[in-house]
Design a protein around this ligand. Structure first.
Ligand code: SAH
Ligand code: SF4
Ligand code: F3S
Length: 470
């Protein structure tokens, strides 16, 4: 049994990152024959991509995907620790799985960021004794062996490492989409924003080798993929740990040259966004004019308390540069309200930035203290009712600018990557523009998987309606 340790996870030394190749033990090939699995994913794109690895490993073991968790023989929850409600959702699901296990012999596994928290693992061991398998973010590749131990020896497995980091290449992947692919370029984060649990749950920042990333994208291009999203918690700092004189601007340029039709990246930290990156984004037509640039707060006092290392002024200067050098660039953001010490004036500074940046959309959150982070020791002094009223006010403003930005698309012809049928499924197709606007599209289904010209006929707050013109 290997337990997580947040203190260990906080360490950052100069150790070299180890690069390993995934190795599948062929003896495990038929372990899952005749059994079905269901993976439930919470959290960010990184977790979604990790789940694509988990599903592929399970299928190599012979498991088949189940329609729903209620009918599966194996259920894995890939969890997120970013806010309390993410925790609550996963624990709620664990409760439901417990009821199922009373009448049926199922295997229950927990992984992802919550598994990296010692308080969570202790709670699971004490209150959810029916969980069979717990593994963390550093040893995803060990799933086949750990699961084999659970099945063959009929015993619980807990293996969570709090190491500074390793990179395992070539873990199999079962991609959710045939047209859009996630590609990790780095793991972990060294920024330690004071409210954030990610540097503890994902470990030290470590970049993949450029050649591995480029090779993966070249293969995706050959396989007919249209869009690639480069993934990392702080992609602009890519390469810094490699000591190779090669950074995100170099990588973006090299990946753009693979000829992939659409290229984007998440998430950018404003602190590391340099002019060369902006130049490269402006220069290549296949780099999407879309930037997610988390603000968190518009108040210098709060930004300092958050450890974000930029000011309102420098953020606004960066946005200005982006908007001048990358024409029609869509800009989205993340904002936290109710951070400890946030006064009405501080919140108004945030509102001021929103008024100046006129974001295309934003994820807005009420501050949630995370055990083990520096902010959790600060006095959480903004009353919940005040936090909520700030959130509503902010959301109203964000929606206003969303609609205004969308209005500018009315009557225009835009390129849309058609992904499939819309949720309404009344024959309407759906897809995204290169600025990440959701478009409901009238047209022939033979266009699914293609980038087509769409004329925008109607504009809503969160989506556009249009029809294919060729
Ligand atoms: N690496 C990304 C963000 C990862 S987390 C970045 O630095 O931008 C996604 C978003 O969750 C963050 O941008 C932040 O707005 C929000 N978040 C993180 N920790 C939070 C907390 N403790 N309470 C509320 N929101 C939080
Ligand atoms: Fe969290 Fe900050 Fe790292 Fe983003 S940059 S993952 S907010 S610590
Ligand atoms: Fe959540 Fe972990 Fe992502 S905490 S947001 S799943 S990195």
């Amino acid at each position: 049994m290997k337990m997580p340790n947040l203190n260990e996870a906080h360490k950052r030394s100069n150790i070299c990152v180890s690069f390993e190749e995934f190795n599948f033990d062929n003896n495990l090939k038929n372990i899952g024959n005749g059994k079905s699995y269901f993976v439930k994913t919470y959290g960010c794109q990184m977790n979604e991509h990790d789940s694509e690895n988990i599903c592929a490993m399970l299928e190599e073991m012979g498991f088949k995907k189940a329609e729903d968790y209620e009918v599966a023989d194996l259920v894995i929850l890939n969890t997120c620790a970013i806010r309390e409600n993410a925790h609550n959702k996963a624990f709620g699901m664990l409760g439901r799985l417990g009821h199922i296990k009373e009448s049926k012999n199922i295997i229950i596994g927990i992984c992802g960021c919550m598994a990296q928290e010692e308080s969570v693992v202790e709670e699971i061991m004490n209150k959810y004794k029916y969980v069979d398998l717990i593994f963390g973010t550093h040893n995803l590749h060990r799933l086949p062996e750990l699961l084999n131990n659970v099945i063959s020896n009929n015993k619980k497995e807990i293996e969570v490492l709090s190491i500074e980091g390793n990179i395992v290449e070539n873990i199999p992947v079962k991609r959710e989409s045939k047209y859009k692919a996630w590609v990790n370029i780095m793991y972990g984060c060294d920024k330690f924003c004071t409210y954030c649990i990610v540097p503890y749950t994902r470990g030290k920042q470590r970049s993949r080798m450029p050649k591995s990333i480029i090779y993966e994208v070249e293969k995706l291009v050959k396989d007919g993929y249209q869009e690639v999203t480069l993934l990392g918690q702080n992609v602009n700092a890519y390469g810094r740990d490699l000591k190779m004189d090669y950074d995100m601007a170099n990588l973006l340029e090299d990946v753009a040259k693979t000829g992939i039709n659409r290229l984007r990246f998440v998430t950018s930290h404003p602190w590391d966004f340099n002019d060369r990156m902006i130049e490269v984004i402006g220069k290549y037509d296949n780099i999407m004019p879309y930037i997610h640039l988390p603000l968190q707060s518009g108040s210098d006092k709060i930004l300092k308390l958050m450890g974000r290392r930029y000011t309102k002024e420098s953020y606004l200067e960066l946005v200005d540069k982006i908007k001048t050098k990358i024409p029609n660039c869509a800009l989205t953001t993340d904002i936290i309200v109710g951070f400890p010490g946030e006064t009405e004036e501080d919140f108004n500074e945030t509102i001021d930035v929103v008024n100046k940046c006129k974001y295309d959309s934003a994820f807005t959150f009420i501050y949630s203290p995370r055990i083990g982070t520096p902010a959790a020791k600060m006095k959480d002094d903004v009353p919940l009712s005040e936090k909520e009223s700030r959130l509503y006010k902010l959301n109203d403003l964000i929606n206003k600018y969303s609609k205004e930005n969308n209005d500018s698309y009315l009557g225009k012809i835009v390129k849309v990557l058609i992904e499939g049928y819309s949720e309404k499924n009344n024959g309407t197709l759906m897809g995204y523009t290169d600025t990440m606007k959701l478009v409901n599209v009238q047209g022939d289904e033979k266009n699914i998987g293609k980038i087509v010209d769409v004329k925008i006929d109607e504009v809503k707050t969160w989506s556009l309606d249009g029809s294919i013109i060729k």
